[in-house]
Ligand binder design. Structure first.
Ligand SMILES: Nc1ncnc2c1ncn2[C@@H]1O[C@H](COP(=O)(O)OP(=O)(O)OP(=O)(O)O)[C@@H](O)[C@H]1O
Ligand SMILES: [Mg+2]
Length: 465
């Protein structure tokens, strides 16, 4: 795992000597420091860069330091701000804390104290932010081992993931609903050098078009009706980390143009302002529709498509990798039983057959839900039988035997497979009738002679009475 980038601090102080001493001290204590001598310069810098911290003298030549503090907190509510004031400025310092500064220092102060205060403030913020992601990481949720699949399409996917995760390349994930697009995106992030930075999601289909631009790029106060405060957009929040643009096909053409520009220039502008901010971001996009088709139809920009499609990753539908069903069943049964504090159950062959026969339009998400349903329905039983499965899964399964057969690239032997099916059906009917041929033939709606004939051909006479 990589080191985080150095936290960036803006030092605002008019006294040249003091300013340079502070900057030198911060730099030798693990910070990247920028400096401004007055409020105007400080505000200018704050508008074009998202600093992690601010150190500001409350008395500046051109304005009150409080205006710098306000501008900083307004734009970046999370910024760690420390104010400096002379002897006698305690009341002002307290006012600054009330506005959102994390601490104040009375001049003269020890430089080590400043570093300590900033480190503590940033650490606290970082811990809070990373708590959720860390919990997920501790559970190992985003390790490759937790992406289940042995099918050749999944093996190829793992190879691709190992290659692209460490890089900065844009990835375009294509797959039907529930095939694991977000899981893959997060896994790439957590296995990249950006793992310690943020993974920020933006779902283009979930946000009304009128708000999407401001959500993505942020806005300044008063940029539009309702913009009472300035706000950072998803792009800014993802600075140094990964931005996941979900359902990218739902973006309007004007927004696509803005996204393209941001990706090309590596710069964005908040809505209501024309001051570019440079950002360092890795983009992962996802779609469940075929973007090439949308390009042909004219609803998706071709240039944006090529910008996003640097590394294309296609996730197979579950019905295209039915061979993975037993493995997935085992994985999710274990997960569900463990989550519910019950002993891990086994899945009967008959239930597995039904799970393999079903088409899973909702893919892994639907599959996981079906298993949870089955685990709950099985209650105290040690086995998960077909009767515990959701109705639609069970119903389709009866009439859908053939899909349980995997069709390998080299083809299969039709005659032997059909014989196998005949043999299985006959044996199951004989089992059910206690070996009675007449009753078994009736169950299969076959004449007795045809039935006997088949027994001969399939070498099954010994099983029948
Ligand atoms: N290969 C896999 N192995 C284990 N779990 C998986 C796998 N693929 C997906 N999942 C799980 O299935 C659920 C759905 O996955 P995810 O949300 O990533 O799908 P999606 O493609 O983003 O779906 P949608 O298009 O509906 O947003 C999640 O709980 C995820 O952890
Ligand atoms: Mg998703």
């Amino acid at each position: 795992m990589s080191q985080r980038a150095l936290p960036s601090i803006l030092v605002v102080e008019d006294d040249l000597d003091l300013r340079q001493t502070i900057v030198a001290s911060l730099e030798s204590n693990g910070f990247a420091a920028a400096q401004a001598a007055d409020a105007a310069d400080a505000i200018e810098r704050l508008r074009s860069f998202a600093y992690d911290g601010l150190v500001v003298d409350l008395r500046l030549p051109d304005a009150d330091g409080m205006t710098v503090l306000d501008e900083a907190l307004d734009r970046y509510p999370e910024i760690r701000a420390v104010v400096m004031t002379g002897f006698g400025g305690v009341a002002e310092a307290v006012a600054a804390i009330k506005r959102g500064a994390v601490d104040f220092l009375i001049k003269p102060f020890q430089l080590s104290q400043l570093s300590r205060v900033l480190h503590a403030g940033l650490e606290q913020q970082r811990l809070r932010e990373e708590n959720a992601e860390l919990k997920a990481q501790l559970k190992g949720k985003f390790r490759f081992e937790n992406i289940i699949g042995r099918h050749s399409t999944m093996q190829a996917l793992f190879t691709t993931l190992e290659l692209v995760s460490p890089m900065n390349s844009t990835v375009l994930i294509h797959g039907e609903t529930g095939t694991g697009k977000e899981l893959i995106a997060r896994t790439i992030h957590h296995n990249s050098p950006r793992a310690n930075e943020r993974f920020v999601g933006f779902n283009a289909a979930a946000i009304p078009e009128t708000l999407a631009e401001a959500e993505l790029f942020g806005h300044v106060k008063g940029a539009f009706t309702g913009a009472v405060n300035s706000r950072a957009g998803r792009f800014e929040l993802a600075h140094r980390g990964t931005l996941f643009i979900d359902e990218v096909a739902s973006m309007s053409l004007p927004l696509q143009a803005k996204l393209l520009r941001a990706l090309q220039e590596r710069e964005i502008e908040r809505v209501g302002e024309s001051r570019p901010m440079r950002l360092d971001i890795r983009v992962i996009a996802a779609t469940n529709t075929d973007l090439r088709k949308l390009v042909k139809e004219g609803t998706f920009r071709e240039d944006l498509f090529y910008r996003l499609n640097v590394i294309p990753v296609t996730l197979p539908a579950l019905r295209q990798r039915r061979e993975d069903v037993p493995l997935l069943a085992q994985y999710f049964v274990r997960k569900s039983c463990t989550d519910n504090n019950v002993p891990v159950k086994t899945v009967t062959q008959e239930a597995l057959r039904a799970l393999m026969a079903y088409d899973w339009p909702g893919n892994i998400r639907q599959f996981e839900n079906a298993i949870e349903h089955a685990v709950a329905m099985a209650a105290t039983k040690a086995e998960i039988g077909p009767e515990t499965l959701p109705d639609d899964v069970r119903e389709r399964a009866g009439s859908m035997l053939v899909p349980t057969v995997a069709i390998p690239d080299e083809g299969l032997n039709f005659t032997s497979l059909v014989s196998q099916l005949e043999r299985e059906l006959i044996l199951r009917c004989l089992e059910k009738t206690g070996g009675n041929k007449r009753q078994a033939a009736r169950l299969l709606n076959l004449s007795r002679t045809t039935f006997i004939d088949k027994l001969h051909r399939l070498n099954l006479e010994r099983g029948a009475a």
